[in-house]
Structure formats: C-alpha cells, structure tokens
Design a protein around this ligand. Structure first.
Ligand code: SF4
Length: 512
C-alpha cells in the first residue's frame, strides 16, 4: 500500500474557522514529492485530529512551536501507537530535538528549515530507516518552496499568507527569530511572491498576511552606518536588499486593487517616508509593530532601545497612520521596570498613537531567547516545579495548571500583572473605544465589520490566553467560533480564476 503523508499543525483550541492560513503546512506539502500523492493536511485550529486518521506505515509530520508543543506531543504519541512514522519539525523541535523523541514519540526530528531535507526524510521513513535528526539548516534565498494553495479547504480561512523575507537583523532579548532564522535577511524573489499572491486572489483571498519576520530588514540608519564605515561591500549588499523591497512593492501595486496586505515591521520604518509611501501604493494597509514598552528603561531591558518612548513614540506611530498604514501595536507587560502606573500609561499611549488594534502580552521567557537563557541560568538547580515539571520547561506543564507568569517581579505579584493586563485589554476593546476607532473606515457596513473583527481578535487572543478560569476560556472559544464565520465572509471576495500574473510571459515555470 502507498505511504500516506499527513502534516499536522497542533492546537488545543479549535475555532472551526481560522484567521491566517498556517503557511508551513502548504509549503511542506509543496516540498513533498508527487510520488507520495497529496499529503493530508490537518490544521487543528480548525478541527482536532483523531488518532484513527493515522495508519500503519503512514508518515506524520508535526510542526511545533513552544506554545503548541504539548498538544503536538500528544498527537505524535497517538500516531506512533497506530504504527505511523512520526517526524517533528518547527522552532521548538529545533531547540529541543531530544524532547520530541522522549515525549512526542518521534522517529525523527528536523531542525532548522524543513523544506530542503523533507524529501530525504520521507524517503528514509518510507524505507523504515529514519535518522534520529536531520539538519535542515537555513534555506537559501533561491530555495524557498511555493505553497500548495490548491490543497486549501474551501471556506475555512480569512487570510492567505505569503512569505517575502526570512531572518531579522535585530537582537531583541525576548525574541528567538534572530537566533533561529538568522540575522542575515533572506529575501524571496518578487516574481515568486507575486505568483503566490495571484494564486490566492484567484481563489477569492483578498486579505494576505506577508508572514515575514521583519518586512523592513534594512533601515536608513543601517545604510548610513555602512556608509560612514566606508564598508562598500556591506553598503552595496544592504542597498540591494532595499531595492528588492521596493521592486516587490512595485509589483504588488500592479495587482487588483481590492487586495489588502498586512505585515510585521520595526518602528524605524516610520522615519522612512519613501518606504511608507511605497507600502501604501502596494496596499500594505496594516503592520504589526512591536512597541513592547512605553518607557526608555523597559526598552533598554529588552535590548530594543532602537524604539522611542513617550511623546516621540506617539509621534512616530502616528506617522504610519498618516501614510495610510494601520498599526497593530504589540506591548509586553511584566518587565522588571514596569510599575503600577505603566498599565494606564500604555493604554493612554495606545489611544494617543492612533493604533487601530493592539495586543498586550505578558512577559514569558521563550526558549531560544536571551531572556530565557538568563532566566534558566539564574534558577539552575532550584527551579520551582508544577506537577513535578520544572518551570523552566513550562510548555510541558498541563495547560490548566500552567502559571500565567514565570519571572518574579520586583514590585508586583503575578496575579496583579495578569489582572491589570486583562483590564487593559478590556478597556482598549470596550465597545465605546472600538466604535471610536471604527471611524477609520467610511461606510456603516465597514464600521460594523470593524467592530466584529475587533471583538473576534479580542476573544481569540486575550480571553483564551490570559484568563484564569477555564470557564472563561471555554466561553471565549465558543464566542470566537461563533464570530469567526461571519468575519470570514467579510474578508473574502469573488474568486478571479483567470487573473493573470502581471508581466508574466509564461505561467508554467514559477521561479522561486
Ligand atoms: S522582535 Fe522583531 S525586531 Fe526584534 S528580533 Fe524579533 S523579529 Fe526582529
């Protein structure tokens, strides 16, 4: 019997409808040789997998990050018990390959980028001789694999996702991206990006997330510094990356004008009027900006002092809006420099800075980050335990017993930080505030859509993440499930099956 390949995106919460397509599933499907047939793609944010779907001899690839590792291990063990070959990949498996073997029933673990080694992994698994670990390394800029969007289930996702660059030159202490994806940006060709966008628009996707680590990998300051050092090779390399970004945005601007893009970007882009104007022409209408902290001390504590604080921060964030780019501001609470007044000050700043959306997360030491390494070292040999799991392995603690905060704070208790964070979410997303922000769109229909989407965002991310009681979490999931369906209809458009790739002479040989 032919070997069946399954790819599983684990999640303990299923909403029936999801916001963004989990791109990795469709990219790895693209890297699966046709001799295995089409892989079975299982996104547990839609519906959970059932062990009965895996059979003896099947190959089950499970991609995990720290937050969904525990559920991933459950799926891995269930698949192995059914006689399947289990392979783990993703950021968390790259950091803890032994854990995936011990806890997840792995036959093999892929570290780094998976797409290049995936055919070899499948070949070895099918032959019954998988290696313990495969090092996928970092895929080169000409090695990006286009996603198999033809495998998308109909009517399940609101947004498509396309990657344009991997890696980030910064080194924020709470973030693992620069360590796992590297600090050297690897840009994908504009041609390959545009082809994927066109394919998604043909299928009725109008909103597309540019799922990049940092869409603005070269700042004006980087160029000025390379210029001052008279480092011509560096200057030319940076200039080439910057030009590629502009080329991509020029190509995106030629696509149907109902397309809307969203990306992640550092705040420094606000000083680059030429870049912001190009974003607007390309209809990159929204960006997640990591503001993190509103105080200079807080920014210094997380190595993000390239951000501004206070009124200068407000002015800089407003500049995005002035150029037609809506900002989803991301803030962290629980930094050692935070005080009781920080919560109100953050909320006030989020309002003054014209943020369209905001998220408020609590400081969590994630593996692979500088913060985690420091925290782990500071507790060596005397880690508190929950159900006999050391807190430095917090992702292994059953969800319902997991503390909401791990690092002690000099002046506030974990419960104070959690409760104040929840309160900031409640106030930012009060119906009055949401309706006020809805003025950013014109028609009544669009305003109502804005309210619906704001509420959905809050239900999906705030209530399921930082609430203490499981009843509230269950209620929030139910609400999110209910809201997600009408929201999806607001985002999609009439399919355009005949849409051509602008400037393409031949559609048969997509370039990477
Ligand atoms: S938080 Fe953003 S800017 Fe900082 S290293 Fe991570 S991806 Fe880069």
């Amino acid at each position: 019997m032919a070997t069946r390949v399954h790819l599983v995106n684990p999640s303990r919460t299923a909403f029936g409808t999801a916001v963004i397509t989990p791109r990795w599933l469709y990219v790895l499907a693209g890297a699966t040789p046709s001799s295995y047939g089409d892989p079975n793609l299982v996104d547990e944010t839609l519906e959970q997998s059932a062990p009965g779907m895996f059979g003896p001899g099947d190959i089950v690839g499970i991609g995990i990050h720290t937050a969904n590792a525990l559920r991933g291990y459950e799926v891995g063990r269930a698949a192995r018990a059914r006689g399947a070959r289990v392979v783990f990949g993703g950021i968390h498996a790259s950091l803890y390959p032994d854990e995936a073997h011990e806890r997840g029933g792995a036959h093999a673990v892929v570290t780094g980028d998976g797409e290049a080694v995936w055919p070899a992994v499948l070949r070895d698994c099918a032959a019954g001789t998988p290696e313990r670990i495969y090092d996928g390394g970092k895929v080169r800029r000409d090695g990006f694999v286009p996603a198999r969007w033809d495998l998308l289930p109909p009517d399940k996702y609101m947004w498509g996702s396309v990657q344009t660059v991997r890696g980030c030159p910064k080194h924020c202490s709470f973030c693992s991206v620069w360590r796992t994806d590297g600090q050297e940006p690897r840009t994908r060709s504009a041609e390959a990006v545009v082809r994927e966008v066109v394919e998604l628009r043909r299928r009725g996707f109008r909103f597309i997330a540019l799922a990049d680590d940092n869409f603005y990998p070269v700042t004006l300051n980087d160029l000025a510094m390379a210029g001052r050092r008279a480092d011509s090779a560096r200057f030319e390399a940076l200039t080439a990356i910057r030009e590629e970004r502009f080329d991509l945005m020029r190509r995106l601007a030629q696509l149907p004008d109902d397309l809307v893009f969203f990306t992640q970007i550092t705040m420094e882009a606000a000083e680059d009027a030429e870049f912001l104007a190009a974003m607007k022409r390309a209809r990159i209408a929204g960006a997640l900006v990591g503001v993190e902290s509103v105080t200079p001390e807080g920014l210094k504590a997380i190595y993000k002092d390239f951000n501004l604080a206070g009124d200068a921060l407000v002015e800089r964030l407003q500049r995005f809006r002035a150029h037609g780019v809506h900002v989803l501001g991301s803030f962290i609470f629980g930094l050692p420099t935070d005080r009781d007044a920080t919560f109100d000050a953050t909320l006030d700043l989020a309002k003054r800075a014209d943020l369209t959306f905001a998220q408020f997360v609590t400081l969590t030491p994630f593996p692979g980050t500088v913060d985690f390494a420091k925290w782990e070292a500071s507790l060596a040999g005397r880690e508190p335990r929950v159900l006999d799991v050391p807190v430095t392995r917090h992702w292994l603690i059953p969800y319902e017993h997991r503390p909401k905060l791990y690092t002690p704070h000099p002046t506030m208790t974990p419960e104070q930080i959690r409760a104040r964070t929840q309160e900031v979410w409640d106030r930012f997303y009060s119906i009055r505030e949401v309706w006020r922000r809805a003025r950013c769109v014109r028609s009544l229909r669009a305003r109502l859509a804005f309210v619906l989407i704001s509420k959905l965002y809050r239900q999906m991310y705030a209530n399921t993440g930082i609430s203490t009681d499981s009843a509230r979490t269950t209620r929030a999931s139910r609400w999110a499930r209910w809201l997600a369906k009408p929201c999806r209809r607001l985002f999609t458009a009439r399919p355009l099956p005949d849409l051509a790739v602008p400037g393409a002479e031949c559609e048969l040989n997509p370039t990477q």
